[in-house]
Ligand binder design. Structure first.
Ligand code: NAP
Length: 350
């Protein structure tokens, strides 16, 4: 187990902000994770598991132990109609998608190029272009941080919902995801339900063609975090009541809405932010991406406070104009705990 003291987290999160943590542990296997949690010197210290850091904002220096998930390994078995993949939590999601295609295993192509670890994918039930993690999930294995034993949940037990799961609810902070099981049909069927894929349906006859198009669209719309720091979509698409949607649609006929199976109507957060005229809006080094309103970028030397001030400004502006409260998809951590914009601005901020 590799332990570092007083570490700058800049290379460990995609916002690329200079911010320190007290201890950083690289966990190459489950025993390393257990050792970090059992170390008597760190007993009282807060601990945080970090994947690729592609969906986090450190709002303050972290006074505890950060454990990076470096658990690696991929195993494929087959049944009559399915490929079954057992993938360790520290594997890189975009690399996994590419690897499956190279192995002739299809079904992940719509989820190409979503940054992050395999072990992070179930937490927010990642999704793109009509496919969600839950559609391909067979099980999730986690280390219980109380009992230090491994438990396997089937897909139903994960309580997947829109960008949500049991890992963001009752199991929050209590487990480390060590592996996921995926099931992918041997008989491939394209999912072209989303507009940008539907528009090209005549040429999207292979998984590779879908993969290539999704990669092209994402590269053209989303800033590359290795060049410009960002954490992807900053806010979730809000799901509002049908009555609320009808009210907004009357006032703004060009608003699109997508009815959800669990009720309510999803609207695009990026559209709301864009229509508030906020593309390119900057506070300090934090900027609303000029091409993609849903992304906040580190335009150069941004501090966490710059990002927070901009996020709060966006939230307030959208709330005043549309009466819709945006929730952030990016997870915030202060010196010890997970936190959120409301806590920061309504309780602590001066
Ligand atoms: P977009 O095409 O500009 O569309 C804006 C929003 O409208 C999307 O977020 C999408 O919701 C929704 N939408 C569009 N067509 C839809 C349909 N046919 N049915 C239901 N909802 C529809 O979106 P974008 O920002 O460029 O993102 C493209 C895709 O990549 C989206 O699916 C987005 O979720 C995904 N993405 C995912 C992540 C992540 O998992 N963290 C990060 C970045 C982008 P949905 O977001 O629910 O699909």
């Amino acid at each position: 187990m590799n332990v570092q003291v007083n570490v700058n987290l800049k290379p460990f999160h995609t916002f690329g902000i200079d911010i320190p943590c007290d201890f950083l542990v690289e966990a190459a296997n489950v025993d390393d994770v257990i050792d970090a949690y059992q170390n008597p010197q760190w007993k009282q210290l807060p601990k945080l598991i970090l994947g690729k850091g592609s969906n986090v904002l450190f709002t303050e220096p972290f006074h505890g132990v950060i454990i990076t998930n470096q658990l690696l390994g991929k195993k494929v078995t087959e049944s009559d109609k399915l490929f079954h993949l057992h993938i360790a939590g520290g594997e890189d999601w975009p690399s996994l998608v590419e690897w499956t295609l190279s192995q002739g295993i299809y079904g992940l192509e719509n989820l190409a190029l979503i940054p992050g670890c395999v072990g992070s994918a179930p937490i927010q039930n990642i999704g793109a272009y009509g496919v969600e993690f839950k559609d391909v999930c067979e099980y999730v294995e986690y280390l219980d941080l109380d009992t230090l034993t491994i438990t396997r949940l089937n897909s139903d037990q994960c309580l997947f919902a829109y960008r949500d799961s049991v890992f963001k609810q009752s199991l929050l902070g209590k487990v480390v995801i060590v592996a996921v099981g995926l099931k992918l049909n041997k008989a491939w069927k394209a999912n072209l339900s989303y507009g940008p894929l539907q528009a090209e349906k005549d040429i999207l006859t292979t998984p590779q063609a879908i993969f290539d198009l999704v990669c092209d669209i994402r590269r053209s719309k989303l800033p590359d975090p290795s060049v410009t720091g960002n954490a992807g979509s900053f806010f979730k698409n809000p799901v509002i009541t049908t009555e609320n949607f009808n009210r907004l649609k009357t006032a703004y006929p060009e608003l699109s809405g997508y009815p959800m199976t669990e009720g309510g109507v999803k609207i695009a957060a990026g559209w709301l932010i864009d229509r508030c005229g906020l593309k390119g809006h900057q506070i300090g080094g934090a900027q609303v991406h000029p091409q993609q309103a849903l992304v906040i970028v580190n335009a150069g030397e941004a501090t966490s406070k710059d990002i927070l001030d901009l996020a709060w400004f966006i939230r307030q502006t959208v709330s005043h104009k549309y009466g819709v409260d945006l929730e952030h998809e990016v997870r915030f951590f202060d010196s010890e705990h997970e936190t959120n914009l409301n806590n920061i601005f309504t309780e602590n901020h001066v």
